[in-house]
Design a protein around this ligand. Structure first.
Ligand code: CDP
Length: 221
């Protein structure tokens, strides 16, 4: 692809299937997938491991200056080490939003995300892709789904990984995460005014991906 990179921005609440859909859309278009949730998760994992609580402080500021975060393809590296499944644990699910609500943390990750969209065409998913990180994105999608549907998907995923959890716990955690993500001052989760809303309840991953691909094709004509 030549010229200005194409940016497809996908936002939505926890467990709406954004990452699976975004990865598929990226594959179909032959461009890269940027998982911004992985950046927040990796940083939460790093800070939690250093006993730095989710509050703006001297120690947080120092840690954010010292840590090196790199994106390599779809992978995230913290201080040169690649992070994997450990950032998808119920523990990180429970604490990531508190870290992500801190302006210091969001500032630290902003230029890193924008650089990715300057270098290459991407499908990026998160909470503030269309509103803050890529306000000039070519295609903006908002993917909602009911909390029960999202909890069912997340529960299945954890079950398949043999993580011992109860459905009610997963549902409550999803609701709690939505409250924190939507209620924060900096870059709250919300639909950009020019985003297309695609409710995903009852739709398969393929159907959602196809709907997004149709929008991308219409835009790039
Ligand atoms: O996959 P799931 O929807 O459960 O979450 P995720 O995309 O991995 O994001 C994990 C958390 O990171 C979210 O609940 C937000 O608190 C935070 N996040 C954010 O604040 N902004 C983003 N662009 C992406 C994630």
């Amino acid at each position: 692809m030549s010229g200005k990179p194409l940016i497809v921005a996908i936002d939505g609440p926890a467990g709406a299937g954004k990452s699976t859909v975004a990865r598929r859309v990226a594959e179909a278009l032959g461009i890269s997938y940027l998982d911004t949730g992985a950046l927040y998760r990796a940083l939460a994992f790093y800070l939690d491991g250093r006993d730095i609580p989710p509050a703006e402080s001297e120690s947080l500021s120092r840690a954010l200056e010292e840590v090196s975060i790199d994106i390599d393809g779809e992978g995230v590296h913290i201080d040169g080490k690649s992070v994997g499944r450990e950032i998808r644990s119920p523990r990180i699910d429970g604490i990531v939003s508190a870290y992500a609500s801190l302006p210091m943390v969001r500032d630290r990750l902003l230029s890193l995300q924008r650089e990715q969209g300057e270098r290459r065409s991407i499908v990026a998913d998160g909470r503030d892709m269309a509103t803050v990180v890529f306000p000039g994105a070519d295609v903006k999608i908002f993917l909602p789904a009911t909390d029960e549907e999202r909890a069912r998907r997340r529960f299945k995923e954890l079950e398949s990984r043999n993580e011992p959890v109860r459905f009610e716990e997963v549902l409550e955690q999803i609701r709690q995460r939505d409250r924190t993500d939507s209620g924060r001052q900096t870059a709250p989760l919300r639909k950009a005014c020019d985003a297309v809303e695609l409710p995903t309840d009852g739709l398969s991953i393929e159907e959602v991906a196809d709907a997004i691909l149709a929008l991308v094709r219409k835009t790039s004509k």
